[in-house]
Ligand binder design. Structure first.
Ligand SMILES: Nc1ncnc2c1ncn2[C@@H]1O[C@H](COP(=O)(O)OP(=O)(O)O)[C@@H](O)[C@H]1O
Ligand SMILES: [Mg+2]
Length: 309
């Protein structure tokens, strides 16, 4: 994507003092080394949502770390990547799981075939080089592995590498964690860690933003059909919030995938089955979801019907 992201922020109506703040930050922390410039992510998709943009930028300018919480497919990872790009920072990414180890996060001694050397982990590299690190699904890790982050995230701004010296966290480094939080709750994040973040609850995209998102990605989409897709999404969301269905079918990622399949020649019904309906495995729920889908969109729409422009 070749876009002027600061211009995009202005178009989205982001407060100009925040955009100015970003410009100052970038001027203060230029990235000179080739190897780190390559790590500044160029996002494939833009994040839409003025309120979230403003809160996230303000928090990062204030030196805070961000915890993005919310249902799946609310753009948490897209926003995190966009933020690294906006601030012009090299980015690292860690996907957390039950066996994530502190030694993986910080780094560990390894044998290079000749001698023992320290191989730095993503948290160490972020701290040393003023990166932005995405701590993806941070709540999935065990508390013991996460304890090494405490001193990096609070006022101490250091990482204590066992057997080595302490590493100061670079002034431009930021930690952006994500955590899925559905209608039926989630695995929790311990309070000590949560208290070290500013928490941004990610909303489901508004109609205006969803329209921008879909038409941005599918410029040729028929206007009325686009509206039906949007209504379908909000209807599923409403049903999940009333606990009529689970949140499995409330999947914006799936909706966009369905459009992509239709573009490739799959009929609308089959595409929506594959990308939405079949994500629920309970037969009763599946039928409910299928009914909502078929009430909105005929099953036999082709690419020519959907992409008319
Ligand atoms: N507000 C939004 N702005 C832009 N894209 C969004 C938004 N909400 C959802 N998406 C889209 O939904 C999909 C999933 O986004 P992702 O960041 O992976 O979600 P999450 O990490 O919250 O599960 C992407 O295609 C993304 O572009
Ligand atoms: Mg995610």
């Amino acid at each position: 994507m070749d876009i002027d992201i600061l211009q995009f922020l202005e178009q989205e109506g982001i407060a100009s003092r925040l955009v100015e703040g970003v410009k100052e930050f970038r001027a203060q922390f230029p990235v000179r080394e080739e190897e780190f410039r390559d790590r500044i992510p160029v996002p494939e998709y833009l994040y839409y949502g003025k309120d979230v943009w403003e809160k996230a930028i303000a928090a990062l300018l204030a030196g805070e770390n961000l915890l993005l919480t919310g249902p799946k497919a609310t753009g948490k990872n897209v926003l995190a990547e966009n933020l690294a790009y906006v601030f012009g920072r090299p980015a690292w990414n860690v996907s957390f799981h039950i066996s994530t180890e502190a030694s993986f996060l910080i780094g560990a001694d390894t044998y290079d075939g000749d001698k023992v050397v320290f191989r730095p982990g993503p948290i160490y590299l972020t701290a040393q080089n003023g990166g932005f690190v995405v701590l993806d699904e941070i709540n999935m890790a065990r508390n013991e592995a996460l304890a090494v982050l405490h001193s990096a995230l609070d006022f101490r701004h250091i990482i204590d590498v066992p057997g080595y010296k302490k590493v100061r966290v670079h002034e431009a480094a930021r930690f952006i964690a994500t955590m899925n939080y559905g209608y039926a709750g989630t695995r929790d994040l311990n309070a000590a860690l949560a208290s070290r973040f500013v928490v941004l609850n990610m909303p489901v995209a508004t109609e205006k933003d969803l329209k921008k998102l879909i038409t941005g990605r599918f410029p040729a989409i028929n206007d009325q059909i686009c509206d039906q897709f949007m209504k379908l999404f909000y209807e599923l969301e409403k049903k999940a919030s009333h606990a009529d269905i689970s949140d499995r079918a409330v999947d914006l990622r799936g909706l966009l995938d369905a459009l992509r399949l239709i573009e490739k020649g799959i009929a609308s019904g089959a595409a929506l089955d594959m990308c939405i309906v079949n994500k629920t495995f309970d037969p009763f729920e599946q039928q409910l979801v299928r009914d909502v889908v078929s009430a909105r969109l005929p099953a036999d729409l082709t690419a020519e019907d959907v992409f008319t422009a």
